[in-house]
Design a protein around this ligand. Structure first.
Ligand SMILES: C[S@@+](CC[C@H](N)C(=O)[O-])C[C@H]1O[C@@H](n2cnc3c(N)ncnc32)[C@H](O)[C@@H]1O
Length: 292
């Protein structure tokens, strides 16, 4: 541009408009661990179920609970908070997830309850930590073990780390919809500023030869932004008979299957009871309760 052409513009034009900071997208401010906890975990219901199933089997109350694959230790913290004699030991491989749990879940406990929770970074196959009354492995985390040998080894380690009358509780899902590529979504109530969001469970791949399944969790927000693949799981989808056989091979004496009842709308009632025969369903989730 020639010098002469550099005419000074009137003040009104040069005046800088106040710059508005663009509003951050909800996907950028949302915390994936908080969203996960709000979407898939109901620790109070797990605690209630554990106590009921343990009492039925052992006629006493469990005190030390081990949470394998504890993630953010939401359940361990809820366990310790739920009674002055209840202690929890949580173990997970992932240091950042454990750190998040310490900062958000452990720190939120009363000082007394906090002292009753111990968290450790480690591999559940290594048999670390104290012997527990009750060990749990929830949200299908053991499905990372894709061979019978590895899963049996894991169950053996669980059994070795239980007291003489200890109990192991885990879950499995299934049904005709568990083995197809499908996306399932539901609304989740959540606090501001993120506000209510949509949780999407994405069964992206399923191989009928190996039962390998690749699943993702996505979150969609009110402003249209999305957190795609917030979590990814590369699992083998085990079946109830396979799990029972492996638990027995690992030395567990008895393995009960607790099935969820349905309410008048045909939805899961949240009430589980032991059973040996059920009608096939599109989608089900059971607890397995194994006695040492
Ligand atoms: C599906 S999340 C479960 C989180 C939480 N326990 C729940 O019930 O929602 C699986 C967790 O298992 C952990 N994990 C995977 N393999 C593991 C292993 N071999 N030993 C310990 N933790 C493991 C991952 O780091 C992850 O936090």
């Amino acid at each position: 541009m020639p010098r002469s052409a550099r005419v000074r513009a009137p003040k009104s034009i040069t005046k800088k408009k106040p710059t508005r900071t663009p509003k951050p997208r909800l996907a950028d401010i949302a915390d994936r661990h908080a969203l996960y906890q709000a979407s898939v975990q109901v620790p109070e219901a797990d605690v209630e179920f554990f106590v009921r199933a343990f009492r039925k089997m052992r006629r006493r109350d469990p005190q030390l609970m081990r949470e394998d694959f504890c993630g953010t230790a939401y359940l361990s913290c809820s366990w310790a908070q739920s009674g002055p004699k209840r202690r929890a030991f949580g173990i997970d491989l992932d240091a950042p997830t454990l750190a998040w749990g310490r900062e958000h879940n452990l720190a939120a406990l009363s000082a007394a309850a906090r002292k009753r929770v111990e968290l450790l970074q480690g591999n559940v196959l290594d048999g670390l930590g104290p012997k527990s009354d009750l060990t749990c492995a929830l949200n299908f985390s053991y499905c990372v073990f894709k061979t019978r040998e590895l899963l049996r080894r894991y169950f053996e380690v669980v059994r070795e780390n239980l007291v003489a009358d200890g109990v192991f509780i885990t879950e499995i899902y299934g049904g005709t919809e568990a083995i197809i590529e499908i996306e399932d979504e539901r609304e989740v109530e959540f606090e501001r500023p993120v506000g209510d969001f949509t949780y999407r469970w994405d069964q992206a791949e399923y191989n009928p030869i190996t039962h390998d399944t690749l699943c993702h969790i996505h979150f969609d927000f009110r402003d249209g932004s999305k957190l795609e693949r917030a979590f990814t799981y590369d699992w083998r989808l085990w079946t109830v008979p396979e799990l029972r056989e492996l638990l027995r091979e690992a030395g567990f004496r008895e393995v009960e299957v607790w099935w969820e009842g349905v309410d008048e709308d045909g939805e899961g009632s949240g009430e589980f009871s032991p059973t040996e025969r059920e009608e096939n369903q599109e989608s089900w989730l059971v607890y397995l309760v194994a006695a040492k």
